[in-house]
Structures are given as C-alpha cells and as structure tokens.
Write a protein that binds this ligand. Structure first.
Ligand code: ADP
Length: 184
C-alpha cells in the first residue's frame, strides 16, 4: 500500500503524491493554464501533448465564445487521449511580490476549479501546484493556500470525494506534505 500523506475531511480524502499529472486516472485533472488557453510550457504543455489536439480545439471554442479566461476562473474540456475524462483549465496569478491580490486569486483558482468539477458531478480530481512554476509563486505559501482552500471546499457537501495533489518535484512535494500536516 502507499503511504502518501492523506487526510479525511468530512468523508472526502485529500492526498499528496509525487508524479506526472497526465497519467492520473481521476475523473478530472486540473491544468495550470494561461488566459489565452493556447497551451504553453510546464504542466500545460504536458497536458496538451498527452491529451491530444481535441483539448486545444475545445479551448479555442471557449475563447472565441467568452474571450480570454480571467485569472482565478476555470473552464472544462475533454481529457481526450488521457485516462482522465475531463481537464479543468484554470489560471493562477503571476507572483508580483504578494501584495497584488495573489493569495485571493490563487485561492479562487482552486475554488472555481472545484466548483466547476462539482457542477459536472465529478467525484475525483487531481491538481498540480498552480502558479509555482513559471508564474513564480513561492511554493510554501502556495501550498498552504491550496490545501486550505481545498479543505474548506470539502467541508461543504458536493460530489467531490477525492482530491489528489500531484507534485512534480521533491521541493513541491515536501511543501504540500507539510501544509497538509498543518491542516487543523
Ligand atoms: P504556472 O505557470 O502556473 O506556474 P507551471 O506549469 O510552470 O505553471 O508550473 C506549475 C507546477 O507544475 C510546477 O511545480 C511544475 O514543476 C509542475 N509540473 C510540470 N509538469 C508537470 C506534470 N506533468 N505533472 C505535474 N506537475 C507538473
């Protein structure tokens, strides 16, 4: 059995794993996208490569319908060639020193992703560490916000019973493991 860090919140499970989010078998995975939804580097590039062109097609339709995706909001597409059925695309804030609304925007990215997943009756969802790559958000602060926001969402009734943080490197894994440990 695995001994990944995990906690139960009102019957729903939060856990931390190290790995590649494109391999997850959860109902949905979350993409740390940018507002243009055109793909990019980091986890965004990995998801589009693994999922195939149908994801970009849907993203383009969304942008032509509703414009660029504002920071802190989320939209949903197919997971196409991946094992996951859905990709929730959200835009985290770019770190500009921390006094430009970054904490609220980061919390919003997690909350809006979960809300949209619940509207789609999703029960399991995997998140990457939003904003802590190219967007430069310090990972310890980001991990506390991520874990706290997910936990408070799970305290209210919804379809979501499992949230997995999938961390790509040891530093992020350790930060999320500590944040989960600190959770009351
Ligand atoms: P952002 O622009 O929001 O900072 P990045 O993709 O640059 O997004 O980085 C977010 C996090 O995703 C980083 O911690 C990065 O190491 C991680 N990451 C990159 N590829 C993957 C992957 N395949 N699975 C999970 N996490 C990944």
């Amino acid at each position: 059995m695995d001994n990944n860090p995990a906690k139960l919140i009102d019957g729903a499970r939060i856990s931390i794993v190290k790995g590649d989010i494109t391999k997850m078998t959860t109902d949905a995975i979350v993409n740390a996208a940018n507002s243009g939804l055109m793909g990019g580097g980091g986890v965004d590039g990995a998801i589009h490569r693994a999922g195939g062109p149908a994801i970009l097609e849907e993203c383009k339709k969304i942008v032509s319908r509703q414009g660029r995706l504002p920071t802190g909001q989320a939209v949903i597409t197919t997971g196409d060639r991946m094992k996951t059925r859905h990709v929730v695309h959200t835009v985290g804030p770019i770190w500009r020193g921390g006094d430009q609304g970054e904490p609220d925007l980061l919390a919003s990215a997690y909350r809006e992703s979960l809300k949209l997943a619940a509207e789609n009756n999703i029960s399991s969802i995997a998140f990457p560490s939003i904003s802590t790559g190219v967007y430069g958000y310090p990972v310890e602060e980001a991990s506390r916000i991520a874990v706290k926001t997910v936990a408070s969402f799970l305290r209210e009734p919804s379809s979501i019973k499992e949230v997995i943080f999938v961390l790509f490197n040891a530093e992020a894994y350790d930060a999320y493991a500590s944040a989960l440990e600190e959770l009351p």
